[in-house]
Write a protein that binds this ligand. Structure first.
Ligand SMILES: Cc1ncc(COP(=O)(O)O)c(C=O)c1O
Length: 431
């Protein structure tokens, strides 16, 4: 471990929560260098919806590499790209009656967010953008500007402007009519907010603490955007690609965003791929105006095509819905009764146990550490990192899902008992 501490920048983070050296992984299990197995409830922060080293995708990749297929192609025409695009159109866009052009950005989610913001401003000739409190869209200057976390915004080192934040329908704004607020901001000639080019949102805020926007809220926002000539950008980087049940997270609302950002699990194998879907009439880019050496990773195209076929053939969507039922019931029946101050939120296979009323981030951290001591990888999200985030691969086997949920329950129970004991000791010391 010394080599990491000695040589790797202090900026490293997840390895601090899971201080082991990992070596192999399969499905929903990771193995450290000593061969110990860990159940994965983190799924590469959403990049591994199809599990680690998915056999079907792996075969497609291996045969492509074996045949000396193009491994790097900038944005040239390649067979790998052609096959991905035709498969994406056939399996995803056409059946949903969606008409989008594809822009390959590179290589991670933040770059497609940058492209979406640039394009929205270019199309509408306005600088302001509306984003939501609790949002996370990435770490480069543009995407960070529409991200609400103050600590990470400070890291920019320069003022992050041309964005106005609105309240999201999360528990922090319970009792506030966030839609009325949005309408007011857009119509009040004393709102102090410049008319935006776009609204950018996650239909479920993931890093923001698993805040699921109600379906009607999404429909209303889409309507408000249309009425006010504002583009709607849905950032589906984390909750897209089947995470919430359907392929796109906005399908449940029946809306059609002007732009959709995809990354993380679109490649299906944890390979870097970042994709912006844009309505054809918005495609006013000059050639090369948004550029990058690693746009369109060829291996990712191959894996992504295989992932889409695997998804279809294995009826993944149906299995996510069954697993959603299980996890929801499990939380309601086995976790929430442990303490009246525990709350839960979620959709599909992304769920949060909100510990903010139980000592917040410290308690959630203890829970995740306890899970790790029981060989489980699980992370936190939300304000003060106070939400334990359950995000297994969509392909997780039912027995592993049950085992993982049981570890979370046992860990919360243990931390609650410890808390109570420490509280009792404190009060007896005071007496
Ligand atoms: C919703 C959302 N948008 C954008 C990003 C940025 O993606 P990347 O880390 O690949 O740049 C993330 C990353 O977690 C995300 O969750």
């Amino acid at each position: 471990m010394n080599v990491f501490v000695k040589m790797e920048s202090n900026v490293r983070s997840y390895c601090r929560s899971f201080p082991k050296v990992f070596n192999r992984a399969k499905g929903s299990k990771l193995f450290d260098e000593d061969g110990n197995a860990y159940i994965d409830f983190f799924a590469g922060a959403g990049a591994l919806n199809y599990g680690h080293n998915n056999e079907y995708i792996k075969k497609a990749l291996l045969s492509y590499i074996e045949s000396d297929g193009i491994s790097h192609g900038l944005d040239m025409y390649t067979v790998a790209k052609k096959e991905f695009m035709t498969t994406f159109n056939k399996l995803i866009l056409e059946p949903r009656n969606l008409d989008y052009k594809l822009q390959f950005c590179g290589p991670t989610g933040t770059n497609a967010v940058e492209a979406a913001l640039k394009l929205a401003r270019k199309v509408k000739k306005r600088t302001n953008v509306l984003a939501f409190m609790g949002a996370f869209h990435g770490m480069t200057l543009g995407s960070l500007s529409v991200t609400s976390g103050l600590d990470i915004r400070r890291g920019a080192g320069v003022p992050l402007g041309n964005v106005s934040f609105l309240p999201y329908p999360s528990q922090e704004f319970e009792g506030i009519d966030t839609l009325a607020f949005m309408r007011q901001v857009l119509t009040d000639d004393h709102s102090g907010v410049d008319k935006p080019a776009a609204v950018i949102l996650e239909t479920t805020q993931a890093e923001g603490g698993i805040n699921v926007a109600p379906t009607e809220w999404l429909q209303e926002v889409s309507k408000i955007c249309k009425e006010n000539d504002i583009l709607l950008i849905v950032d589906d980087v984390q909750v897209g690609c089947g995470r919430t049940g359907e392929f796109f997270s906005f399908e449940r609302a029946g809306i059609e965003p002007d732009m959709v950002v995809l990354s993380k699990s679109i490649s299906g194998y944890g390979l870097p791929m970042s994709l912006l879907l844009l309505k054809p009439e918005l495609d006013i880019w000059e050639p090369g105006e948004h550029n990058g050496t690693f746009r369109g990773n060829q291996m990712a195209f191959v894996a992504a095509k295989a992932a889409l076929i695997y998804r279809e053939e294995s009826k993944l969507e149906e299995s996510v819905k069954e697993k959603e039922k299980f996890i929801k019931n499990y939380i309601e029946q086995n976790i929430l009764p442990l303490d009246p101050n525990l709350y839960a939120r979620g959709i599909g296979l992304i769920w949060g146990i909100d510990c903010s009323k139980l000592g917040g981030g410290d308690f959630a951290k203890e829970v995740c550490q306890e899970c790790f001591s029981k060989n489980m990888i699980i992370e936190r999200a939300g304000r003060g990192d106070s939400v334990v985030k359950l995000m297994p691969a969509l392909t997780i086997k039912f027995d592993e899902l049950k085992e993982g949920c049981k570890i979370v329950r046992e860990s919360i129970e243990k931390c609650l008992i410890r808390r109570k004991r420490e509280g009792d000791e404190k009060s007896s010391n005071c007496a």
